[in-house]
Design a protein around this ligand. Sequence first.
Ligand code: SAM
Ligand code: DTB
Ligand code: SF4
Length: 338
Amino acid sequence: MADDASIRPARDLSIPRHDWTLEEVEALFARPFMELVFEAASVHRRWFDPNEVQKSQLLSVKTGGCAENCGYCSQSASFKTGLKAEKLMEPTAVIAEAMAAKAGGASRFCMGAAWRELKDRDTPKLAAMISGVKALGLETCATLGMLNADQAKQLKEAGLDYYNHNLDTGPEYYAEVVTTRSYQDRLETLQHVRDAGMSTCCGGIVGMGEKRRDRAGLLHALATLPVHPDSLPVNALVPVGGTPLGERVLKEGEIDPIEFVRTVAVARLVCPKSMVRLSAGREGMTPEMQALCFLAGANSIFVGGKLLTTPNPEEDDDAKLFALLDLKPMPLKIEARA
Ligand code: SAM
Ligand code: DTB
Ligand code: SF4
């Protein structure tokens, strides 16, 4: 006769949970690859149309000269990367770029600034950009470094839908990546963003020399947040010459593409209702690799020929990719939250 354990139905992986343990997340990474991708693809279908991919477009509205020392970043003033620092763009110029992004098929426009934290003197200009972009009928996103509670409220009032603030890696590897801020600093800004009623965009970077345990640590941190990120960007490190982590990867080689796909699949499993974004690094990925990522649950990308400071596939390349894989752009809707 069957004992209790064998008749108990297997846990439904598609229901969002916030009580993941690190060991459980590591166990997902260790699943046979075919099983892992199949399970992630099944969960993806439970919440989303697997043929739909959402498109966001980035613009660097304040480039370079950043006070943080993130070891991967072209924009940190701590490293000689050859990038020219620029001042904050004028709202009219930003709105013109957003119009072009909309014409190119983007449904969300993300404004990025190379700041450690937002300064109150810059908020009016940011608010003008945000409300102008919102008035075009685009979803708005910004990534401006740390925010306090008041600043988060002001950005929300200006019409900001999403705030991007990445945890980047697992807590144990964090100090190898950046020392000018802490994991706790990041978590506090995310709390202010949620308290202000904005949606969160929060993920990390894969391929910085971290171990699988650190990738599991990142996804564990995201899956145990009070609210799962609405968008979860999985970036592949774009190695930038002159940055410590970029130089290291240029010397030691990039992460195994299959391990990257595993990370996407585990992200889909631990945050089943999040939009998982195949983010930086697509420029170096074959169509086959991107297809595997979409199969494993990625359902969002950055479009347009440039990310913030580095190249991204051009509109024509992505049109070909979508045609090849029978993908269609996701219609505009505010995403479900876990
Ligand atoms: N300064 C703000 C911040 O760090 O939160 C916003 C801009 S920052 C460039 C946004 C995110 O881009 C970072 O958190 C990081 O995850 C990602 N990123 C930056 N440089 C990258 C690179 N070379 N490769 C992959 N992702 C990168
Ligand atoms: C995210 O996770 N990736 C985007 C966006 N959020 C802001 C940024 C990628 C930047 C890649 C390096 C660059 O272009 O400077
Ligand atoms: Fe500054 Fe953001 Fe780059 Fe870090 S990732 S150096 S905070 S721009």
